[in-house]
Design a protein around this ligand. Sequence first.
Ligand code: HEC
Length: 142
Amino acid sequence: MMKTVVAKALAVVLLGFGLTAGAVMASVEDEIRSRIAPVGTVCVQGEDCGESAAPAQTASSGPRSGSEVYSSACAACHDTGAAGAPKKGDAGAWSPRIDKGLETLVTHAINGFNAMPAKGGCGNCSDEEIELAVEHLVEASQ
Ligand code: HEC
């Protein structure tokens, strides 16, 4: 019984909207669809899962922080001194380099410098991320 009352009331309300009722229903339907859409979708490799299936690491969320980039792409050499890399935190090793200017250091980090590989070998690091990593490294080494 309540249902019919509600339905009648709804019908009256919708009639009140007149010509826009159809549009209202359509947008309500869209809203309901988006509300009942699954929170996450599983995409099996090889399936076409649409744009939402793009890997989480694509650059849309802005640059990674300097310390994040450093840990994943630079620490292997700059924490250990491997290949003759100036160690992070070693002010003596860094001060003559810092004297060259941050811009030069960033350019060398992006393009490579002697045994220092371009971008530290990080193929998916943007120039901006490398710059943030250099700043992180330099700040920790003065
Ligand atoms: C494979 C080892 C290796 C990795 C990985 C590496 N570096 Fe280096 N890096 C070196 C070496 C070796 C040098 C010293 C080069 C020289 O002075 O001849 C160096 C030097 C530098 C310098 C000083 C350049 C100059 O002009 O004095 C900066 C800045 C630098 N690295 C930043 C980074 C950053 C940022 C990363 C990560 C994105 C990174 N490096 C990853 C080995 C590495």
